[in-house]
Design a protein around this ligand. Structure first.
Ligand code: ATP
Ligand code: PRP
Length: 318
C-alpha cells in the first residue's frame, strides 16, 4: 500500500464549518482532529485519506508544491497564489459555498465613475494633476494587475493591504480598493461602490487536486471513491423521484413527455425530475388522472464513473 492520500481542509474561519458540513452531508464526516497539535484528522468511511487542517491560503500553496494531493479552498486564493493555475492544479468540483466576488470598488462620492473606462480617465487625470499614480489597496495583487491591464488602466499603483482593505480610502492610504465581498455590508459601511464592470472573479470554494503531488493507482482509486460519493450527493440534491402505479406507467410518461424532453430521466414506473419541475409534474399527472404518486428525494444518485476523477487520472498518469 502506498502512503495516504492527503486532503487539506481549512483549519479555521467560515470555510472550515462549511467544508466539514459538506463532507458530513456526503456521508464522509471528518473525525475530531488528533495527532500533532490537532492538525490532522481522519474520515472513517475512507481510512486511506489523511485530513490535514491548514489555513485557506496555505492550502493553495500546498496544492502548488504537491505537498498535498487534494485541497479545499477559495478560487480567489488559488488564482492569486498559483501562477499558471491550470498547469499546476485541476479543479475537480465547485462546492457552491464560500461565495465571494473579487471586485474593484471606488468611493460612492465619485458620481461620474461607474465603470473601468471611467476609472481609466480618472487615473490619467489624477496622474496629470498630482504627478502621482492612483493608489489601489488590495491583497489580490496578481488578479488586480491582470484585470487592470485587460481593462486598459495603467496609471495606478498597488498599495499592498494586510487587512481591513475597505478602510484604505477613508484613512488616506489609497484612493480605491480591490477586495472580496459577499453581502456588500463592508463596502456600504465604508461608502464604497462596485464598478459596473468591476467584478474580477466570482469565487467559491473548490475541491482541487495537485498535479505536482505523488500520485499512484491506489490514491487515484481513493479519489474515484471520494468523487463518486460527493458527486452522487450533489446530483441527488436537486432531484425528486416520482413513482406511480405500474398500470398507469405509459399514461404517466405520456403526460410528462415534456419533462422527459427537458432531461427528466425515466425509471421503472416513475421519473427522476429536477426539483423545480415538481409542481408542473404534479399538475400534468393530476390532469391525466394518475395517482397515487409518491414523490421522494433520493439521498444519493450514483453514476458508475466520475468524469472529474477520470480526468485527473489521465492528467497524472499521462
Ligand atoms: N465574506 C467573506 N470574507 C472573507 N472570506 C470569504 C468570505 N466568503 C468566502 N470567503 C473565502 O474564504 C477564504 C478566506 O479564508 P480565510 O480568511 O480563512 O483565509 P486565509 O487567507 O488563509 O486566512 P488568513 O488571512 O488568516 O491567512 C477565501 O477563499 C474567501 O474567498
Ligand atoms: O461583503 P461582506 O459580507 O461585508 O464581506 C466582505 C468582508 O469580509 C472579509 O473580511 P473578514 O471579516 O473575513 O476579515 P479579513 O479582512 O481578515 O479578510 C472581506 O475581506 C471583506 O472585508
Amino acid at each position: 500500500m502506498s502512503g495516504p492520500l492527503v486532503l487539506a481542509i481549512p483549519s479555521k474561519g467560515r470555510l472550515k464549518e462549511q467544508v466539514e458540513a459538506w463532507l458530513a452531508d456526503a456521508g464522509l464526516p471528518v473525525s475530531a482532529p488528533s495527532g500533532s497539535r490537532g492538525y490532522t484528522a481522519k474520515i472513517d468511511a475512507l481510512p486511506q485519506i489523511e485530513v490535514r487542517l491548514l489555513s485557506a491560503s496555505d492550502i493553495a500553496a500546498a496544492l502548488e508544491s504537491g505537498e498535498i494531493h487534494l485541497g479545499v479552498t477559495g478560487e480567489d486564493l488559488l488564482r492569486e497564489r498559483i501562477a499558471d493555475l491550470d498547469s499546476r492544479v485541476m479543479l475537480l468540483r465547485a462546492l457552491g459555498f464560500g461565495r465571494a466576488d473579487l471586485v474593484v470598488a471606488v468611493p460612492k462620492s465619485w458620481l461620474d465613475v461607474d465603470g473601468m473606462a471611467d476609472l481609466e480617465e480618472v487615473a490619467h487625470l489624477h496622474l496629470t494633476r498630482t504627478g502621482r499614480r492612483l493608489r489601489v489597496a488590495t491583497k489580490y495583487i496578481v488578479q488586480t494587475r491582470a484585470f487592470f491591464a485587460r481593462a486598459g488602466v495603467a496609471d495606478y499603483r498597488i498599495v499592498e493591504s494586510g487587512g481591513a482593505t475597505e478602510g484604505a480610502p477613508a484613512s488616506g492610504a489609497a484612493e480605491i480598493i480591490v477586495d472580496i465581498t459577499t453581502t456588500g455590508a463592508t463596502l456600504a459601511a465604508n461608502h464604497l461602490k462596485i464598478l459596473g464592470d468591476g467584478v474580477i472573479l466570482k469565487s467559491q470554494a473548490r475541491l482541487a487536486a495537485s498535479l505536482a503531488a505523488d500520485w499512484d493507482a491506489e490514491r487515484l482509486m481513493v479519489v474515484r471513491r471520494l468523487m463518486g460519493l460527493v458527486e452522487a450527493r450533489g446530483r441527488a440534491k436537486g432531484s425528486v423521484m416520482l413513482v406511480w402505479p405500474a398500470e398507469r406507467d405509459e399514461a404517466a410518461k405520456t403526460a410528462l413527455a415534456d419533462l422527459v424532453a427537458r432531461g427528466a430521466r425515466p425509471r421503472a414506473n416513475g421519473l427522476l425530475i429536477a426539483e423545480g419541475e415538481l409542481l408542473a409534474a404534479q399538475a400534468a399527472l393530476a390532469e391525466a388522472d394518475i395517482g397515487p404518486v409518491a414523490a421522494s428525494r433520493p439521498e444519493h444518485l450514483f453514476e458508475p464513473v466520475s468524469e472529474a476523477a477520470e480526468a485527473l487520472a489521465s492528467r497524472v498518469t499521462a
